[in-house]
Design a protein around this ligand. Structure first.
Ligand SMILES: Cc1cc2nc3c(=O)[nH]c(=O)nc-3n(C[C@H](O)[C@H](O)[C@H](O)COP(=O)(O)OP(=O)(O)OC[C@H]3O[C@@H](n4cnc5c(N)ncnc54)[C@H](O)[C@@H]3O)c2cc1C
Length: 380
């Protein structure tokens, strides 16, 4: 792609991810959707290709690229049309493991990061609870000190990779005497730790091949050395990583939108109606042209925000705009593209039907549109 934002190295990465999507995701997506999970082997392959350590230090096996590279990975995976697969990988690379990479001790990073980058250790992030999502400060999960350990009690909801993750980064209150956001700490909890169980695998409208679970912590004892980033510093860690997470969801939404427009163009150019094809109808051509323009504009905002972030600029306003704009736009695109497929688009076998369902959560997860717009409003 010829763009002032991207180097030759970025362009090579884009080609590699695009090839991976065509060869390793698209042919298998239907089976994974039916199975309700993406096989571990796929993540290991992504690890071998270097997709899981794009921003991480070479000493752990990473390639030390920048935010623009992350955005390329998310956008191209988003084009796969099976968004449950990208989210499985992107939660691991950009929503869960950054907590360790940014705030972990050397010992914690030495232990886990090489496996995370190879795709041998899969990660999840557990913040949301049955009673609170957008309002992170309202979490009720508790962790109290007991000798050299902490004991965690509580429930976590909607946790991506919750069933299959090897380690989960769990947010819990460690100080009840201070304002909610100041008393939260993060903990590394390994699968198989007594007292930690998957409560239930959750069935969803979309992202069917992404595993989502409720997690239960019942007197779950972890060594104090599993605390991540210092006592009562968890909220800082969560908020710091929101930026990356939201940018990634924006980039993924742009990829999904473009894929929907591409396959709709193909459909309307072929579908016969009224003595020609649907593309002959000016109304359809113009609506697809406007959607293309809107997606192109959103894409440039994503790239520009990634560039700001890579340059070390403060960009909370721009990231919040990206998340709000792209989360809504992808739903608009899916609605219109399904419309142009007519009844065929309403059938379960149709990719646009799946994409329509997959897109819905992009305006909710990782910061609902309304919450994002409040962040923008504070800054304009
Ligand atoms: C498929 C899926 C995967 C997920 N994966 C993870 C994960 O891996 N880890 C994790 O911790 N969480 C995860 N989540 C949780 C997700 O981040 C939350 O669902 C999201 O933050 C919204 O929280 P909530 O569902 O509790 O909605 P609530 O906070 O109850 O909000 C409900 C709705 O109210 C509106 N609203 C909320 N606040 C405001 C406000 N201030 N002003 C105006 N309107 C508002 C919004 O429309 C919002 O959608 C996942 C969710 C889903 C659906």
């Amino acid at each position: 792609m010829n763009s002032l934002y991207f180097s030759e190295e970025h362009n090579i990465l884009r080609e590699q991810v695009r090839r991976f999507v065509d060869e390793e995701i698209k042919p298998h997506g239907d089976k994974w959707e039916a199975d309700g999970m993406v096989p571990r082997e796929v993540l290991r392959k992504m690890g071998e290709l270097g997709f899981l350590g794009i921003r991480y230090a070479e000493q752990y096996g990473g390639s030390e690229m920048d935010t623009l590279a992350t955005v390329i990975l998310a956008e191209e995976l988003g084009r796969s049309t099976y968004s449950g697969c990208p989210i499985t990988a992107l939660v691991h690379t950009d929503m869960a493991s950054p907590h360790l990479e940014r705030f972990g001790t050397d010992a914690q990073k030495d232990k886990y990061l090489p496996g995370i980058i190879k795709g041998e250790i899969i990660t999840a992030i557990a913040v949301t609870e049955p009673d609170t999502g957008s309002d992170v400060a309202g979490i009720k999960t508790r962790a109290h000190k007991d000798g050299d350990d902490y004991i965690i009690n509580g429930r976590k909801m909607f946790i991506t990779n919750g069933v299959h993750a090897d380690i989960v980064f769990v947010a819990a209150k460690t100080n009840l005497d201070v304002k909610g956001s100041h008393g939260i700490s993060m903990f590394i909890v390994e699968r198989g730790t007594p007292g930690f169980e998957v409560g239930q695998k959750l069935e969803k409208m979309g992202w069917r091949c992404s595993d989502t679970a409720e997690l239960v912590f019942d007197d779950c004892r972890v060594p104090a050395s599993n605390m991540l980033g210092g006592e009562n510093r968890g909220f800082y860690s969560i908020v710091a990583n929101f930026q990356n997470e939201r940018l990634v969801i924006g980039a993924m939404s742009v990829g999904e939108s473009q894929a929907a427009i591409d396959l709709t163009l193909e459909y309307v150019r072929d579908r016969k109606a009224f003595g020609g094809v649907l593309w002959d109808k000016q109304a359809i051509r113009q609506r697809l042209s406007m959607l293309s323009a809107e997606v192109a504009a959103a894409r440039q905002l994503v790239y520009h925000t990634a560039w700001l972030d890579a340059d070390g600029e403060e960009c909370v306003k721009e990231v919040s705009m990206v998340k709000a704009l792209c989360g809504e736009l992808v739903n608009k695109v899916m609605y219109e593209c399904l419309q142009f497929h007519g009844g065929a688009g309403y059938l379960l076998e149709s990719p646009i039907e799946r994409m329509y369902r997959d897109a819905r959560v992009q305006a909710i997860g990782g910061g609902a549109t309304e919450v994002m717009l409040e962040e923008v409003a504070k800054r304009i």
